[in-house]
Design a protein around this ligand. Structure first.
Ligand SMILES: Cc1ncc(COP(=O)(O)O)c(C=O)c1O
Length: 442
């Protein structure tokens, strides 16, 4: 610890270059979390903060789960690390097998990564490699969607649709985008899937007409876009996207980094929406956020198409030092046990009506121009201040934190995604805190 003007026991804030943070603003007025248990963080002043965001959409089983801590501790003493390149260790195979049991229908081949971004890069690369393996080597183009977020690798940025993520960097040639599905004029205050917008899936037909199907490897979408403010797909949209993709030999990738592991009340969004993509990228809830890890679920068709050629040749030239990390696998196995024993992968479905009605109770408050909910997710969109986009929701975030509730903001949208263990009283606490804040602010 360095002695600082902030207090003798507090570390200097200078060295940590914080991610996705206005560093200077934060360091001038830091919000520091010191510990966490169940639904609550405790900050460095000893205040309890209700976690309205499951950390960053990842702590689905709530904080401080001893079963995960014990499993991690045991694994660290037993086998702290082992390479997965031309070597194996049983726990990685065991975790993949267990994931295979709950995998999206037909997608029981599992490639491990260390994060959501890596899962996205992996899924995109598998898609292109698969197309080549089946004799479709001209298919290298990747299609994403406006307002999509697929992490921060160059592939993910290229198919992503957030200007601030993209503007500074060179992007993959050929990437193109569907329009986003956000339509306040027609769909404001939808409960669950909005009525209007199925026709937006036809954008894929338009891109096929423009570029030629023979150039397109895959289309990637988040089933529910989270990072750009909770955009729920219109009724029929994902189904139509699937059928257009299939018709043209384009792989469909669902990026389920936030929707995976129970967020909608089903293990994966594939089941919730009744859609069968070819690849699914995940992370976050995979280990309850306790140890960084991601996983890509692939169909046997894709996997097997790449298992060709001489036996001694590496089939997919791709992988990470930490793919199948034993400690992450231990955390993941303990997480799956908790999910299964406590029924958490379905719990959001039981809470969804209560959640929806409680959050929609905020609709008549000042500045609120939309509320959207699905599963255990909510987005509350505020009217932006003239010439100061984002400041109103940011103020809500700070004031709610000061009143003991952690929310997340993007632009002028407040996003909520609490741990799946949330109880009625805690839903009420989130709603009443936001109610008070929305009345206070200008
Ligand atoms: C849909 C989606 N994909 C990818 C990512 C990137 O994950 P990570 O931050 O673990 O790299 C995120 C992160 O929020 C996400 O929401």
């Amino acid at each position: 610890m360095t002695v600082t003007s902030r207090g003798s026991n507090e570390p200097s804030l200078d060295n940590f270059w914080m991610p996705f943070t206005a560093n200077r603003q934060f360091k001038a007025a830091p919000r520091m979390l010191a510990s966490a248990k169940g639904m609550y963080f405790e900050d460095t002043d000893g205040r309890k903060i209700l976690d309205g965001t499951a950390g960053l959409w990842c702590v689905n089983a709530g904080h401080g789960r001893e079963r995960i801590a014990d499993a991690v501790h045991r694994q660290l003493s037993h086998l702290d690390f082992a390479p997965s390149f031309q070597m194996g260790h049983p726990i990685a195979f065991e975790f993949a097998r267990r994931l295979g049991d709950i995998a999206p229908a037909g997608l029981d081949r599992v490639f491990f990564t260390s994060s959501g971004s890596e899962s996205v890069e992996t899924a995109l690369k598998i898609a292109i490699a698969y197309q080549r393996a089946i004799g479709q080597g001209t298919r290298t183009r990747l299609i994403g969607r406006e307002r999509g977020y697929h992490g921060v690798g160059f592939g993910g940025l290229s198919v992503g649709g957030i200007l601030n993520n993209r503007r500074v960097y060179p992007l993959l040639p050929g990437a193109d985008h569907l329009r986003h599905t956000h339509d306040l004029d027609r769909n404001a205050f939808s409960k669950g899937q909005p009525e209007h917008g199925v026709e937006l899936a036809d954008d894929l037909e338009g891109l096929v007409a423009l570029h030629g199907a023979e150039t397109i490897a895959a289309v990637i979408v988040e089933p529910v876009a989270g990072s750009t403010g909770v955009l729920v797909p219109p009724r029929g949209y994902l189904e139509r996207l699937q059928s257009i993709a299939r018709k043209h030999g384009i792989l469909l990738i669902f990026d389920e980094v936030i929707t995976g592991f129970g967020r909608l009340g089903t293990p994966f969004a594939t089941e919730y929406f009744g859609v069968e993509p070819d690849l699914v990228s995940t992370a976050k809830g995979l280990t309850n956020g306790a140890v960084p890890m991601g996983a890509v679920f692939a169909s046997r068709k894709i996997h097997d198409a790449l298992m060709t050629g001489p036996d001694h040749v590496i089939e997919l030239f791709h992988g990470y030092t930490y793919s199948g990390h034993p400690v992450a696998c231990a955390a993941g196995l303990a997480t799956l046990d908790i999910y299964q024993e406590e029924g958490l992968l379905r719990r959001a479905g039981h809470l969804a009506t209560e959640w929806r009605e409680a959050i929609h109770g905020l609709r008549d408050l000042p500045h609120v121009i939309d509320i959207r909910t699905v599963g255990l997710i909510a987005g509350i969109e505020l009217q932006s201040r003239a010439d100061a986009i984002g400041t109103r929701a940011y103020e809500v975030f700070v004031r709610a934190f000061d009143k003991g509730v952690l929310t997340r903001v993007t632009g002028d949208i407040i996003a909520l995604s609490p741990p799946l263990i949330i109880e009625t009283g805690q839903i009420d606490q989130i709603v009443s805190t936001l109610h008070d804040v929305l009345i206070e602010i200008l």
